[in-house]
Ligand binder design. Structure first.
Ligand code: HEC
Ligand code: HEC
Ligand code: HEC
Ligand code: HEC
Ligand code: HEC
Ligand code: HEC
Ligand code: HEC
Ligand code: HEC
Ligand code: HEC
Ligand code: HEC
Ligand code: HEC
Length: 385
């Protein structure tokens, strides 16, 4: 009886343990489900993590996906519950930096998140096979040409859910991202000239490949009054080019190497020189007619080049149509007191009468004057050569 009483207590204790373990297991599963579901809500992503995601949430709310769940894009598509839980465990350490406020800013500086986003994330909801993409604002897109080469949606639509235009970031150290729907970003692969920036992708740069007929191809920058004038101020385009060249050199130097699943590493869009998305280098040099800027020492050695090919220099140095004929433009620098459009020969006497001839002898020896005044103009020409 003693024995059986003990056996009875043992059975009861075992039963209690089984129940306890069972309840514990159920509680753990419920907790895991609650935690997984709870940490998968937009509320969890934006509120407790508000500190780190505050800026990002602003962009999300402003975008066309504001009614879409964060996890639709930020968790693997159709993942099994196990994978889903492992994903949670993988990012759990982020909790510490979030609480301690030691997370690094900017988040995702070189858009690695976009590069890692596979197409299946987007094609859950978007079927480009059935959607009619109508060219808006004069831009064509051939989705198929890219998809069949493994170029993912987020290679272009990286900011689809987080558009940054008009948003001010507040987290210290945070900054905006490149928007790969820009023309410069298309020119990470597309190009007017060969060799291509990314030889693995042979893609055209001609305007009509992407723009509809009637699209205004000249950008607003070119309307600046000093952009280019045949006989006037043309420094505007030169200054814009210099700014562009130094900006892109800086961006190339800071280029983050991000592996792209479609294959090669694309250069950052910021490293693309915008002038050469619309112009070949030949377009610039054909108008200049010579290497720009002038080579070192040119201030001393230009006489011969100017005499050999005055029309080339006149493109930039002539101040009027009359000065562009022959070597009249030399006067623009050599005789700055001259009135443009009139031959210097017919006006130098006025300048000498007004200011004297001392300044003239900075460049001319007295025999130079004498050559005409005593011997006639042909002798002066001979002196110059
Ligand atoms: C339609 C898909 C989509 C949805 C929905 C979405 N995101 Fe994103 N998210 C992206 C893509 C794509 C990127 C990568 C952007 C890049 O690399 O330039 C990104 C980037 C981010 C980043 C990195 C920081 C940054 O600005 O690049 C964070 C953080 C983020 N998302 C959080 C969220 C949160 C929180 C939500 C829900 C409130 C959300 N996302 C909803 C697609 C989405
Ligand atoms: C959960 C569903 C869902 C997912 C996932 C999703 N989208 Fe969308 N997307 C929408 C809805 C809804 C709209 C708004 C209605 C429309 O234009 O179709 C939209 C609109 C768009 C638009 C047109 C409006 C705009 O902002 O230019 C683009 C482009 C777009 N999505 C790209 C993407 C890309 C790229 C991804 C993957 C990173 C993605 N979407 C993932 C549902 C989704
Ligand atoms: C090579 C760059 C590029 C890639 C890759 C790309 N798109 Fe686009 N997509 C564009 C451009 C540019 C437009 C805008 C066309 C316009 O304004 O007419 C666009 C338009 C869209 C639109 C809006 C269509 C409309 O009716 O206005 C949707 C939705 C879209 N893309 C989804 C996707 C999805 C999903 C993928 C991946 C399967 C994808 N895109 C891949 C460049 C791209
Ligand atoms: C990752 C490289 C890459 C990027 C970025 C890219 N493209 Fe492309 N694109 C290609 C390739 C490769 C082709 C195929 C060219 C061919 O078939 O000859 C192509 C073809 C095209 C075509 C068809 C041209 C034709 O005449 O057949 C259009 C239109 C186009 N792209 C538009 C865009 C636009 C707009 C963007 C930027 C929003 C862009 N692409 C960004 C690689 C790219
Ligand atoms: C690979 C596709 C592609 C090619 C090729 C292309 N563009 Fe674009 N272009 C775009 C896209 C995308 C936009 C809209 C996004 C933007 O404004 O950056 C655009 C915008 C523009 C704009 C308006 C924005 C601005 O800067 O003022 C002009 C002007 C323009 N393109 C001129 C040209 C000219 C000129 C050519 C030919 C030398 C050309 N494009 C070739 C894709 C292309
Ligand atoms: C978005 C396209 C685009 C970009 C970017 C662009 N240009 Fe142009 N540019 C044009 C077009 C189109 C013309 C007119 C060409 C023609 O008439 O044959 C032009 C003409 C010019 C001219 C001739 C004078 C004039 O205004 O007609 C100069 C100089 C010039 N561009 C310099 C530059 C420089 C420098 C840059 C870079 C800072 C630049 N362009 C960037 C499209 C562009
Ligand atoms: C229509 C003729 C024309 C075209 C096209 C042209 N330029 Fe010029 N460029 C000029 C003239 C004129 C000057 C002299 C500017 C001045 O007086 O300051 C100049 C000067 C310059 C200078 C200044 C050199 C210096 O040392 O100050 C640079 C740089 C330059 N151009 C770059 C470009 C680039 C890059 C392109 C092509 C994208 C281009 N230009 C296209 C006419 C042109
Ligand atoms: C943009 C201004 C400018 C133009 C245009 C110009 N020159 Fe000069 N030139 C100078 C300056 C400044 C010097 C003085 C250089 C020095 O000695 O530092 C100079 C010096 C010279 C010299 C003396 C060089 C020496 O041996 O020291 C000759 C010869 C000359 N120029 C010829 C010409 C001729 C010919 C033309 C027209 C085809 C011309 N220049 C157009 C600015 C110009
Ligand atoms: C594409 C426009 C362009 C053409 C063509 C051009 N120049 Fe210039 N030149 C300039 C500009 C702009 C400057 C001022 C550069 C600077 O200050 O950096 C300059 C400066 C000079 C200077 C130096 C003046 C000084 O103060 O140091 C001389 C000399 C000169 N040019 C002579 C010539 C001669 C000679 C030719 C023909 C062989 C010629 N240039 C062709 C644009 C041009
Ligand atoms: C900075 C140097 C410089 C100074 C200062 C200078 N000249 Fe000249 N001058 C030249 C050069 C170089 C030429 C040759 C230009 C050419 O080939 O047409 C020239 C040519 C001339 C010519 C011949 C014009 C022609 O039609 O053939 C006369 C006249 C002349 N200078 C007078 C003067 C007088 C007067 C002064 C003083 C007021 C003066 N120069 C100051 C450099 C200078
Ligand atoms: C290329 C030939 C030529 C050269 C070189 C030349 N001159 Fe003259 N000069 C003339 C002619 C022609 C006139 C008459 C101008 C007129 O009446 O319009 C003249 C007139 C003058 C006059 C007005 C006085 C008068 O006799 O009527 C002065 C002063 C003068 N030159 C000074 C100079 C000086 C100083 C130099 C050298 C720095 C110089 N010239 C070089 C051709 C030249």
């Amino acid at each position: 009886m003693h024995r059986s009483a003990r056996e009875g207590t043992d059975t009861a204790a075992r039963a209690r343990r089984v129940v306890l373990v069972g309840v514990g297991a159920i509680a753990a599963v419920v907790a895991a489900v609650v935690a997984t579901v709870g940490t998968s809500t937009n509320w969890f992503c934006t509120q407790p993590c508000h500190v780190v995601h505050a800026d990002n949430t602003k962009t999300f709310v402003a975008g066309s996906h504001s009614r879409v769940s964060c996890v639709a894009c930020h968790e693997p598509v159709n993942a099994s519950p196990i994978v889903f839980v492992f994903k949670k465990i993988e990012v759990a350490p982020d909790l510490f930096t979030t609480i301690a406020g030691t997370f690094e800013m900017p988040l995702n500086p070189s858009s690695a998140v976009a590069i890692e986003t596979p197409d299946e994330v987007c094609t859950q909801c978007h079927d480009l096979g059935t959607r009619q993409v109508t060219p808006s604002s004069g831009i064509f897109i051939d989705h198929d040409a890219h998809t069949k080469r493994g170029i993912t949606c987020a290679t272009c639509h990286n900011r689809a859910a987080h558009p940054e235009a008009g948003i001010t970031y507040e987290l210290p150290g945070n900054r905006k991202h490149e928007d790969w729907l820009s023309m410069s970003a298309c020119f990470r692969c597309h190009a007017l000239e060969r060799p291509l920036p990314t030889p693995e992708f042979e893609a055209p740069g001609a305007c009509e490949a992407c723009h509809t007929e009637g699209f205004d191809l000249v950008p607003a920058s070119h309307d600046a009054p000093d952009w280019y004038n045949r006989f006037g101020e043309s420094g505007g385009h030169a200054a814009a080019y210099r700014a562009e060249a130094s900006r892109t050199a800086e961006a190339s130097a800071a280029a983050p190497a991000v592996e792209h699943p479609a294959g090669p590493v694309l250069r950052p869009a910021a490293a693309v020189n915008a002038c050469y998305t619309c112009h070949t280098r030949g377009y610039c040099t054909d108008c200049h007619g010579l290497e720009m800027p002038h080579p070192p020492g040119f201030a001393k050695s230009h006489g011969a080049a100017g005499i050999a090919s005055p029309a080339t220099c006149a493109r930039c140095h002539a101040r009027s149509e009359a000065e562009a004929q022959g070597r009249g433009f030399c006067t623009a620098c050599h005789h700055p007191q001259s009135t443009p459009g009139r031959a210097w020969r017919t006006q130098h006497d006025e300048v000498v009468a007004k200011s004297g001839a001392t300044a003239c002898f900075g460049c001319h020896e007295p025999p130079y004057c004498a050559a005409c005044h005593v011997r006639g103009p042909q002798a002066a020409e001979a002196l110059l050569r």
